[in-house]
Design a protein around this ligand. Structure first.
Ligand code: ATP
Ligand code: MG
Length: 397
């Protein structure tokens, strides 16, 4: 069986945008499998077909498709002529020594002109398999589902089905800038926005040389992991220690955390606008830590006029941890590092900072100058998946 049939989620793809969404998905699937032996990826009557070359395996492609957003499910499939007898014969041949206590045939007609309806085809093909194998037909809870899809000039048949990650094809929802710490929450937040079709720019604040480079190493690993879902990422590494040092000199201890966060927002805002991102994304969760009270969050948000998206805002820590474990980011995030938040952070931060108190405290700081310098000095790194071969270059994202 040399094809893989990919189904995308229909509901999300209604309307005028549909052809564009599908083209994007085809492109993303091509990219995700670009280092494998794939003959073609094409859109075909409401599904995609991936044709495998002789050395590509289903398992390799399955691993890649499990990270392509917009894929609802996919099946290892083969083609047969559009004829009941031929379809049944091909299925029986390819079933090989597969055995099952129960099965059903499930038919979809992409082209309704075939002279039998889906149920009739199911009955005819299923009857021939039952006769040949003696298997029990179970329509409600079969151990093996044999899928048949009738197109205009040929049919696909497949055994079993794998689930895709769902969501929307990466890129269809535009670009966002994700504030990525080395913690548990922000990688999950970035991933959730990517799942909704956003391309994520990654922005990390570190306190090197005041602290070690450990947080940068973690963030690189997280960026590499996230890149397996969006194929190309840009990471901005922003030196934040000098800003923190100046804040300590001018701002009363309880307000410092909020002031640090406002600087992060201003810097991320500049980086976002310069790179075509329309929103900022954080891993903030209401009530999780002192800086995440409703009062503090709104004072922090006032430092930017871009929308701030907080995909985790209503989640419990256990829910986020479970998601991080599934994503594979948890084990990276829990490695101890020296986060910039550990530098010059007061023991008792204010939980209800007011905007006027914060603005008053900040008024002694050269805000624009500090922000401009941090943006100008930010380092940029590119990440690719699948890894780019030596000498090959891809346009930046
Ligand atoms: P996380 O687990 O994502 O670090 P947290 O629970 O530790 O979150 P905070 O430290 O208050 O919460 O950070 C809130 C959000 O601010 C983070 O989710 C992240 O989006 C952003 N943020 C915090 N520190 C940094 C940093 N050093 N670099 C980039 N973004 C940061
Ligand atoms: Mg943190």
């Amino acid at each position: 069986m040399t094809s893989i049939v990919v189904h995308y989620s229909e509901i999300a793809l209604k309307g005028k945008n549909r052809p564009w969404f599908i083209a994007r998905l085809v492109n993303n699937v091509r990219h995700a499998t670009s280092d494998l032996d794939i003959k073609s990826v094409r859109s075909l009557m409401g599904r995609l077909e991936i044709v495998l070359g002789p050395t590509a395996t289903y398992e390799q492609v399955r691993d890649r498709l499990s990270r392509v957003f917009g894929v609802a499910n996919f099946l290892k499939a083969a083609r047969a002529p559009l004829d009941i007898e031929a379809i049944a014969a091909a299925i029986l041949r390819d079933l090989g020594d597969i055995d099952t206590p129960s099965f059903r045939v499930s038919v979809k007609r992409a082209d309704k002109r075939f002279p039998m309806n889906s149920m009739e085809i199911e009955r005819e093909v299923g009857g021939r398999i039952k006769l040949a194998r003696g298997w029990h037909v179970d329509l409600d809870n079969p151990q093996l589902t044999i899928s048949v899809e009738m197109l205009t000039t040929e049919a696909f048949y497949a055994f079993g089905k794998d689930r895709g990650p769902g969501g929307l094809p990466t890129g269809v929802s535009g670009k966002v800038a994700c504030l990525l710490s080395g913690g548990i929450d922000s990688p999950v937040a970035a991933w959730r926005m990517m799942k909704r079709g956003c391309l994520a720019l990654l922005v990390h604040f570190h306190s090197y040389p005041f602290l070690s480079r450990a947080s940068q190493e973690k963030v690189r690993e997280l960026a590499q992991l996230l890149t397996t879902y969006q194929h190309r990422s840009r990471l901005f590494l922003v030196a934040f220690g000098e800003i923190q040092r100046q804040v300590v000199l001018e701002v009363p201890a309880p307000l410092r955390v909020v002031v640090y966060r406002r600087f992060m927002m201003r810097i991320a805002d500049r980086i976002a606008r310069a790179n075509g991102a329309r929103a900022l994304v954080t891993g903030e969760v209401i009530g999780q830590v002192a800086s995440q009270t409703l009062e503090n969050m709104s004072v922090i948000a006032a430092a930017t006029s871009l929308p701030i998206l907080r995909p985790l805002v209503g989640m419990d820590k256990e829910e986020i941890v479970a998601q991080a474990e599934r994503l594979g980011s948890f084990e990276i995030s829990v490695v101890p590092d020296q986060d910039c938040c550990q530098l010059f952070t007061p023991k008792h931060p204010a939980t209800r900072a007011t905007r006027w108190a914060v603005e008053e405290a900040e008024s002694h700081l050269p805000i624009d100058e500090l922000v401009s310098k941090a943006v100008a000095d930010a380092e940029q790194e590119q990440f690719y998946f699948p890894t780019v071969a030596a000498g090959q270059t891809l346009p930046a994202r």
